[in-house]
Design a protein around this ligand. Sequence first.
Ligand code: MEV
Length: 328
Amino acid sequence: MVTVSAPGKVYLFGEHAVVYGEPAVPCAISRRATVTVRERDDNSLIVNAKDLSLEGFTVEYSGGINAQPDIDVSEHLVEAAMAYIETAISQVREHTNRPNAGVEVTIESNLPLGAGLGSSAAVVVSTIKGGITELGGTISDEKLAQRAYQVEHIVQDGRASRADTFCSTMGGAVRVEGDDCNQLDAPTLPFIVGYDGGSGDTRELVSMVQSLKDEYSFAAETISTIGDIVRTGESLIQTGQMNELGDLMNFNHGLLSALGVSSRTLDSMVWAAREAGADGAKLTGAGGSGCIVALDDSDQTLTALSYNPECEQAFRAELDTDGVVIES
Ligand code: MEV
């Protein structure tokens, strides 16, 4: 039996645009998915998932990938989560050359599903690393990030970037532009996360942005402008110029909103953070619903978000410099 954990992330800049080759800067945060993998005697895949939200609901999911879980979360989320896990196990079987290997996968996470904190990447990275290790194999972090990216690429219908999976594998702040992935030497930024209790469907939101981009040249220009924001912003990270970074986050949020991936609840939390004095605030991840990230080293944004009726939970998120880790 092997237990592996990997961090979630927030996007300082660049989600969605990164799918089309623009740069992005996701940052790993100190909330993790933990996956335990145990080899089975037969060739089946059993998945037990619990605590896949900040509230900690329980998913008892066993009896194979086609079984119907008895849980209180929307079906599309569970289907998406199971598609990521099943595809991750295919990568394990391929890597270890054990096409019929049976495994039991148990997931614990305090990253809400589909809420922009990289829960699927953290689960996929941990599952692949845990599965390969349990079956007696080894994998470098670079190859692990590559295999985890393949999973997102397949599940998201061929539209995925390397950003979430590279960040979750390596930890810290990273810069991703197409196939070019690098770790950044970033100071700890004072991230505050606000969570509206909802979720978005990454596959659907990415597909919607693709349609807009195909239809309107100004949507394509919006995407390349997000790339310009990232190129400007990355030079400010090392020097920790919070006011300027915050202004660029605000700009980035406006452009994501123009692409239709924000929502009333996300906008409300973004404005609550800005009015409380945050240096900047934006949605993080695919959008639709879920989380925003703000920069504030005082307690004011945290307090304002915790009183905002649209915000179910607010917390400070430290940069996590550890990527994937074998726990035991
Ligand atoms: C989702 O966390 C981030 C997106 O940019 C999709 C991706 O990069 O694969 C929306």
